[in-house]
Design a protein around this ligand. Sequence first.
Ligand code: HEC
Ligand code: HEC
Length: 408
Amino acid sequence: MRNTVTSMRTIVIVMELTLAATLVIAQPPAQAPAAGTAAQAYRNIQLLKDIPSTQLIPTMRFISASLGVECEFCHLGDRSADTDHKNTARKMMTMMMAINKDSFGGQREVTCYTCHHGTNNPVGTPTPTGQYSELGAGVFFKPDGGPLAGGRDEVMSQAYREYVAKDRLAGLPTPDQILAKYVAALGGEQALRRVTARLITGTAELPGDVRGAAPAIHVPVQQYFKAPNQWVMTFQMGNGATSNGFDGTVAWIQAANGVVTEATGVTNAPLPPLARVKRNADFYEPLNLKQQYPRLTVRGIENVRGLDTYVVVGVPDGDLPERLFFDTQTGLLVRKSTAVATALGNYPIQTDYDDYRDVGGVKFPYLVRTVAISPADDLTIHVEKVQNNPTVDAGKFAKPASRPAAAR
Ligand code: HEC
Ligand code: HEC
């Protein structure tokens, strides 16, 4: 099978650094059929026949992560050959689809992960967890048995009321307040709008192999951004340059061998819908989050890398919900989690933004780290230099022509 870094990375998760936005772009392997169904592209597909061929490998990664196993658990050598585990997996797929059809109105509520939770041997019996409150944390009755005012029920409901009140008193800010604080933390709207283009150079850290077992590979990476929504990112791989771009309308990918594919969203799944690519290419995304997410709710406070963060859930039109984590102290965005749909379940992707530094009055994250459930899709960008308002060649973002076969 394919085993070089560039070709194994069936989905390259590419981050764009417009002040903390993530663009997820699937990168088909150089020789892969860009369109077509899985049945057309692979030899022995019995159930996942009609899914786009580009979705097969991400779906496999979803299965592996759900069961906590390597590909070899089901595949020995030739992946089209059947094995016992592969046949069991097919039975499981049929079962899962039937459960969803019969009990969940066809919505994909139950997935492999629902039962397996990272193990190939799911158990049906709960184990005692030893979840007791710490001594001293609960409600005490007087040891002499003297009744507390109102008795047990009164004490318990009082404790409950306090618990609820504490939660409410935590006084979570509104989404508007959180977004406004974010913009202010980045330097304010005026400062943000003074920048209309940006050049970022740095080093990208890619996994050495799909399991993340081999040492990471470091390659130079360059990104150009231009308002309102153009973007191009180039990795200088050993065997040539790989680029991803968006010209405001068309998203494209150029493989190291020079072949250019248009990323048309849904048909090229697991590409995120084109709408997401567009959203993430928005140069002023921090200023436009409210328009990007017609529904925004604050879900509470969660700890991210030791920081208390407000969790804001945004539901964009026609796309999966995203969770944004804003530092309660600084107001900065420290994490964004999203997912890409696969045939059997959503494939979660999480991006952390760290090491914000001031560049001409605007803050920018110098460390952007994306992790997915398969290490194959991990990517870290160590920014070395940010240039505001560089001169950018107007043709920079347009979809290039494929290099002629003779020159590949
Ligand atoms: C739990 C079992 C299981 C695991 C783990 C698994 N697969 Fe699969 N794989 C299957 C099944 C089942 C099919 C056939 C699907 C069908 O018939 O619709 C398949 C089909 C394939 C095919 C198509 C082969 C062909 O030509 O017909 C490829 C390629 C593949 N898997 C790659 C992978 C990779 C890469 C991984 C690890 C990331 C992986 N699989 C992990 C069960 C598994
Ligand atoms: C409704 C719960 C449920 C769902 C959903 C589910 N499984 Fe399972 N699966 C089980 C249970 C329970 C077992 C263990 C059966 C046993 O021990 O005989 C199992 C066993 C397996 C095995 C055999 C493992 C071994 O070590 O022999 C494979 C492979 C497997 N499941 C794959 C999948 C895949 C792939 C999916 C998603 C398409 C999936 N399962 C969805 C419950 C589920």
